[in-house]
Design a protein around this ligand. Structure first.
Ligand SMILES: Nc1ncnc2c1ncn2[C@@H]1O[C@H](COP(=O)(O)OP(=O)(O)OP(=O)(O)O)[C@@H](O)[C@H]1O
Ligand SMILES: [Mg+2]
Length: 414
């Protein structure tokens, strides 16, 4: 790999750079924690987190992880770093008000901004053409202060996920780190998010058809199983972080179960890896304590101040399934069973005409005694139960194909 001028600059002043990046990183993490907080966490409670387990997003954990990954990250393909602030002709702050048709220069390339794809508390995501090439479309994620962590996780995905599965997890081309911000350059997907699909039903006062819910549930179970199997946790599994993918050609009746042919390009793509956890950086059998503080997506263990690991994604998956089925956020309650025991289950009852046993098994297994360590066989068994149902009647795949092309026609933005 050729060293770019900006990388050699980072080599020249590693300690200064590290100190600066470190300070910015700590700032960013504590800002996230403060801003996202839905309830005040008092000193006693945060002390308890430190005493009883590791908070993967906590300041001290992030501090030592950053130190650990710094020598690796600066050698990654696509990593560009400068100790100076961003000084393009167009100030990045002006993009917030109006971005369309502005041209910004980053690392010798011109990015023609086509519009805003999303705005979070700390990041703005823009759609842009590279060097006026209409076929070269990227997503620019601008974050203040600089945030190299997400790029690190993207490179771990490149290393660990097999080629045929890779398109389910988003791809980062480059990151440009400045002293005041970072710009992450990713593949752009034009079909909106799973949240958009859910909303398209909500505005009509409806919910997604069951067969479509089953399809996306199979997809998500498969993605989480793959991810966890490679020692990665997403940590922010919610429908606006799942982009929609469609097949290049028409969907066929076969290929669905083996995920081949047009079904290979069809599905979801998980982005927003800012809360990603790399288990390879922690001891085996590590358990976490810490709260994602994303309202509606805090797993039961977080709510009860118990240790967790894969549960954070499992709960996110359940919450998404609930949103697809009911068009509302999931509320979990303890329900009494016929044998007198209690089970965590969604408060809302299943609809009479759904496959109640299928959904009941899904929520029961995902929300109760989820394994701390290897969760793959649980996810595989659940995926199989939904796949078996899909293979029980050829009409179901036919219906799914129709629903997906209807969805594509009504929501695709090009
Ligand atoms: N590669 C992409 N292609 C198309 N749209 C994207 C892409 N990445 C992000 N988006 C859109 O931008 C939104 C915000 O992006 P992202 O989730 O990465 O940022 P964020 O600020 O961390 O989000 P939040 O904090 O709100 O979860 C996404 O919900 C999605 O709608
Ligand atoms: Mg997001």
């Amino acid at each position: 790999m050729m060293l770019s001028p900006s990388i050699s600059l980072a080599f020249a002043e590693p300690i200064e750079w590290l100190k600066k990046a470190h300070a910015l990183f700590l700032n960013r993490i504590s800002e996230i924690q403060n801003a996202a907080s839905t309830q005040k966490v008092d000193d006693k409670e945060s002390k308890k987190f430190e005493d009883n387990g590791i908070n993967p997003w906590g300041t001290s954990t992030m501090d030592s992880l950053l130190k650990k990954i710094y020598p690796l990250i600066m050698k990654f393909d696509g990593y560009r770093s400068s100790t100076k602030p961003y000084t393009g002709k167009v100030a990045l702050s002006t993009l917030k008000n109006s971005s369309r048709n502005k041209v910004i220069e980053i690392g010798g390339k011109k990015y023609h901004i086509k519009g805003c794809a999303g705005q979070g508390g700390f990041a703005q995501v823009y759609k842009a053409n590279v060097d006026s090439d209409p076929d070269n479309v990227v997503a620019l994620k601008i974050q203040k202060p600089a945030f190299p962590w997400e790029f690190y996780i993207y490179r771990q995905l490149d290393k660990r996920i097999l080629d045929r599965e890779r398109s389910s997890y988003g791809f980062a081309h480059r990151i440009h780190i400045y002293s005041d911000c970072s710009i992450l350059i990713c593949d752009y997907l034009a079909n909106g998010t799973l949240q958009d699909v859910i909303n398209s039903y909500v505005v009509l006062g409806k919910s997604m058809e069951e067969v479509l819910c089953i399809y996306y549930t199979i997809e998500m179970l498969h993605m989480v199983e793959t991810l966890h199997g490679f020692g990665l946790i997403h940590g922010d599994f919610k429908p606006d972080n799942l982009l929609i993918r469609y097949a290049r050609g028409d969907l066929t009746e076969d290929g669905f179960f083996s995920r081949i042919g047009p079904w290979c390009d069809q599905g979801l793509c998980l982005v927003d890896w800012g809360r990603g956890i790399d288990l390879h950086l922690f001891p085996d059998h590590i358990l976490f304590k810490g709260d994602c503080r994303t309202s509606g997506f805090r797993c039961i263990e977080m709510l009860e101040d118990k240790p967790w690991k894969f549960q954070v994604d499992a709960y996110g998956l359940c919450a998404i399934v609930h949103m697809m089925l009911h068009s509302s956020y999931m509320e979990v309650v303890k329900k009494e069973q016929s044998d007198g025991s209690y089970m965590y289950l969604p408060k809302l009852p299943f609809k009479r005409y759904w496959n109640i046993e299928l959904w009941k098994t899904f929520f029961t297994k995902m929300l109760n005694q989820y394994p701390h360590d290897d969760d793959r066989s649980l996810l595989q068994d659940l995926k199989k139960s939904f796949q078996d149902y899909m293979s029980s009647n050829p009409q179901l795949i036919k219906k799914l194909k129709e629903l997906l092309s209807k969805q594509r026609a009504s929501l695709c933005s090009a």
